[in-house]
Design a protein around this ligand. Structure first.
Ligand code: HEM
Length: 210
């Protein structure tokens, strides 16, 4: 879908496809993983075919999640790099949580909080992938000493908690900041949304194109 005069293009079709494929796969990976975490969560294995199937599928779904996310990562990593103007956001977390937008400094394509969530997702997914291979039985675990396998299990669990919390913050912010979800459904945002939430990006997108 192309941007109308009162809109700006924020994501391409390809980027949205990578995003929603990642979201769906991550949801399946998280549900199947949490099913092993505690017996109270075992019901979550229902989405991946019950106990035995969940055990077989979880690592494959995890690898697929990381694979698809890599394409999204390559598209958005540059805009998630910390920039000098991000410094002005230090100490503004309270204003952001209260939705006190007038007190927030102008942001680029992503604000510093979005960037932190992005890196938390990227790093935790990388840790999940690497540690997951270390205790993937029956194929890979046999190549590692048992102590390495134990450390991998602990790191895998910590990274999973970081990932789930990051996704909760991400989805909450997407819903809470009105006009954001359409960026990932239609690919476009209103110019007013861009000006209010990402003034530097708005200026960059509209300079000389009035
Ligand atoms: C149902 C769940 C989800 C919803 C509703 C959602 C919504 C959104 C929205 C609205 C944006 C655009 C934000 C903007 O441009 O300012 C976005 C961007 C993005 N989302 Fe999601 N998302 C979901 C799940 C996920 C998951 C599971 C991941 C990764 C594990 C993810 C990773 C990203 C990334 C990397 C971006 C690009 C922006 C950035 O770098 O922060 N999303 N999402």
């Amino acid at each position: 879908m192309h941007a109308q005069p009162h809109e700006l293009q924020r994501y391409s079709d390809r980027e949205r496809m990578y995003h929603w494929a990642t979201a769906l796969l991550l949801l399946l990976a998280a549900c199947s993983g949490m099913a092993f975490f505690h017996p109270n969560l075992f019901f979550l294995s229902i989405f991946t075919g019950g106990g035995a199937w969940t055990r077989i599928l979880h690592p494959f779904i995890g690898v697929a999640t990381a694979f698809v996310f890599l394409f999204l990562y390559l598209r958005v990593r540059i805009d998630n790099q910390a920039e000098a103007h991000d410094k002005a956001w230090d100490g503004k977390l309270g204003d952001m949580i209260r939705g006190n937008k007038d007190a927030l400094p102008p942001a680029g394509k992503y604000n510093p909080a979005q960037k932190q969530v992005f890196w938390a997702m990227s790093i935790s997914l990388a840790v999940l992938l690497v540690t997951g291979f270390v205790f993937w039985r029956p194929w890979f675990a046999v190549y590692f000493p048992v102590d390495v396998v134990r450390v991998a299990v602990v790191l895998h669990s910590i990274a999973a908690v970081v990932m789930v919390l990051s996704v909760i913050v991400h989805v909450y912010a997407a819903i809470w900041i009105k006009g954001s979800v359409r960026a990932m459904t239609r690919g476009t945002v209103s110019r007013a949304w861009a000006k209010q939430n990402h003034a530097l990006w708005h200026r960059q997108m509209t300079e000389g194109k009035k």
